[in-house]
Design a binder for this molecule. Structure first.
Ligand SMILES: Nc1ncnc2c1ncn2[C@@H]1O[C@H](COP(=O)(O)OP(=O)(O)OP(=O)(O)O)[C@@H](O)[C@H]1O
Ligand SMILES: CC(C)(CO)[C@@H](O)C(=O)NCCC(=O)O
Ligand SMILES: [K+]
Length: 256
């Protein structure tokens, strides 16, 4: 018996097959063609449960849900953000800041589930830098204090490229700097890196002030985390599969 976990983002869909005890048996970054998908056809042990966390457009989510049921013959459990979620550790539940949790992207909530599971009783700032960058502030009582959503690096570059006559930067550097630039390329790249790093740094300061904690842990996921992490002065851990880890924790508590 195995569990299929899916994180459908706005650009990529990450997938893992795990045993019911959490061991990762298979992992892949994308599924394009279900009918020919070796990944889903070669599964041993057979998949008994499917959990889907999606922030994609309604049609893409529906297509994925239907394709999975057709291909694998199991119902798909569609996971959604909620007011509070019990964790596997005793007496720990995470509390949502959203008045209407149905408006919160499930990837954000699962990142909080995974972050608190990794760092219970600790103030955490979670940064997921993908198509969008979202930042979550969580205090040491597992209360989500709110967060931020800004365009990702690529989206910011594209906005300048499309919206101006002369700011035609079309590539990102291999590493980020926040030094003031002396040519267009550096002004744009360092400016965008500075905007993201500045918001992360401000989030750390806010959480420190609000929760009277000094040892804030930063947890990062998403395509830009390796480039952003060196610019953050607080302890930082990169957890590439943070959302899938959270999805497993969620399933483990609710369904196993
Ligand atoms: N080699 C790379 N290839 C693609 N993107 C990269 C690479 N290196 C860094 N990036 C950055 O990673 C971002 C994509 O990150 P990620 O793969 O986490 O996005 P995503 O899965 O589309 O996010 P979402 O969950 O929002 O859909 C790009 O916007 C880009 O800024
Ligand atoms: C912010 C993103 C795009 C990050 O993937 C996603 O979590 C989302 O679509 N959220 C919905 C809006 C919200 O969380 O308030
Ligand atoms: K993101």
């Amino acid at each position: 018996m195995a569990l299929l976990l899916i994180d459908q983002g706005n650009s990529n869909t990450k997938i893992q097959v795990r045993s019911l005890s959490g061991e990762i048996l298979q992992a892949t970054q994308s599924i394009v063609n279900f009918e020919q998908n070796q990944f889903l056809q070669s599964n041993k042990p057979p998949i008994s449960h499917i959990a889907l966390a999606s922030v994609a457009k309604a049609e893409a989510k529906q297509w994925l849900k239907e394709s999975l049921t057709k291909q694998l013959g199991s119902e798909v459990l569609l996971v959604e953000a909620e007011t509070e979620t019990e964790l596997s550790m005793p007496n720990t539940k995470i509390l949502n800041s959203y008045r209407d949790p149905s408006q919160m992207g499930i990837d954000r909530w699962l990142a909080v589930v995974a972050g608190v599971t990794r760092y219970p009783n600790r103030g955490i700032v979670i940064v997921d830098s993908g198509s969008a960058v979202n930042i979550e502030l969580v205090n040491s009582n597992a209360q989500h204090l709110g967060g931020y959503i800004i365009p990702g690096f690529t989206a910011m570059i594209q906005t300048l490229y499309n919206g101006t006559g002369q700011v035609k930067v079309d590539r990102q550097p291999d590493s980020y700097s926040v030094e003031p630039g002396d040519k267009t390329l550096d002004c744009v790249n360092n400016g965008i890196a500075g905007a993201i790093v500045g918001l992360i740094t401000d989030s750390i300061s806010r959480l420190t002030a609000q929760s009277l904690a000094e040892d804030i842990q930063v947890v990062m996921a998403g395509g830009d985390s390796a480039k952003l992490a060196p610019l953050i002065s607080s302890p930082t851990e990169i957890v590439p599969d943070l959302v899938l880890d959270g999805l497993f924790q969620w399933f483990n508590v609710k369904c196993i």
